[in-house]
Design a protein around this ligand. Structure first.
Ligand code: 6PG
Length: 241
């Protein structure tokens, strides 16, 4: 199916968080259980704060199962940990059952953890076209147009036949476990959450000059087979459209 970009632009981060919540609630009216894949980054952090403050009683937490698209290879107590961030900003504040949380074990050997998490996805998710399928994957957009932890310098990992791989951050060298394009493009729905002026050029590249960047930007390869790709942006990120 052809990829359709549905673009939602909001005046404030609070409005974006509310808009995304409405989108997710809509999904929850269609499915008894929603398997959702989270990203790290500042925009999800603001979303989690919004949920903890305003949506604690309105989101049916028991019907959401949480997974991650990427994790830094550090223990959860490290401030770089994506799970740790989610715990502090969300799970410590709302009643998500522990059995609904499927974190990437950043403290373990990265290669072994990538194998384990790939197997976990195959066990815990329904399959579609022979590949585990998320109901919803949230993605961030890096300043360098990376997404999940597939960086431009290792864009070949996007096309890995594996569900999960080990990538290294191009500057720090820190290892990360990341899902691949195989999982991302098999999701029922994918949503980019992007805020800040620093992202405006990349957003323009991706949405206006897309074909020029397919070999350079991992984020340009996001094209769910379902055709459903949503953008939730603030005015600053969408400023050059
Ligand atoms: C990570 C991410 C990453 C992130 C982007 C955007 O763990 O680093 O999952 O892909 O989403 O770098 O981050 P911001 O929302 O902070 O701009």
């Amino acid at each position: 199916m052809e990829k359709i970009n549905t673009i939602n632009t909001f005046d404030t981060l609070a409005a974006l968080s509310a808009g995304f919540t409405e989108f997710m609630q809509q999904l929850l009216t269609q499915k008894a259980v929603v398997n959702i894949n989270l990203s790290g980054g500042s925009t999800p952090k603001a979303l989690f704060d919004h949920w903890a403050k305003h949506e604690k009683d309105s989101i049916p937490w028991k019907r959401l199962r949480f997974f991650w698209g990427d994790e830094r290879c550090v223990p959860p107590s490290d401030e770089m940990s994506n799970f740790g961030m989610t715990k502090r900003h969300l799970f410590d504040k709302v009643p998500v059952p522990a059995q609904n949380i499927f974190r990437i074990l950043g403290e373990n050997d990265p290669e072994q953890e990538a194998v384990r998490y790939g197997q976990l996805l195959a066990k815990e998710l329904p399959m579609a076209d022979g590949v585990p399928q998320f109901d919803l994957i949230i993605l961030g957009l890096g300043d360098d147009a990376h997404t999940a932890s597939i960086f431009p310098q290792c864009i070949h990992l996007w096309d890995s036949p594996l569900y999960c791989v080990v990538a290294a951050h191009p500057e720090s060298g820190m290892k990360r476990v990341s899902i691949t394009g195989k999982i991302i493009n098999n999701a029922s729905q994918v949503a980019f959450l992007v805020t800040g002026q620093g992202k405006a050029e990349k957003v323009r590249d991706l949405l206006i000059n897309h074909d020029q960047y397919i070999d350079q930007y991992p984020s340009a390869r996001v094209a769910p087979k379902s055709g459903k790709l949503y953008w939730f942006m603030d005015k600053a990120a969408a400023g050059l459209l």
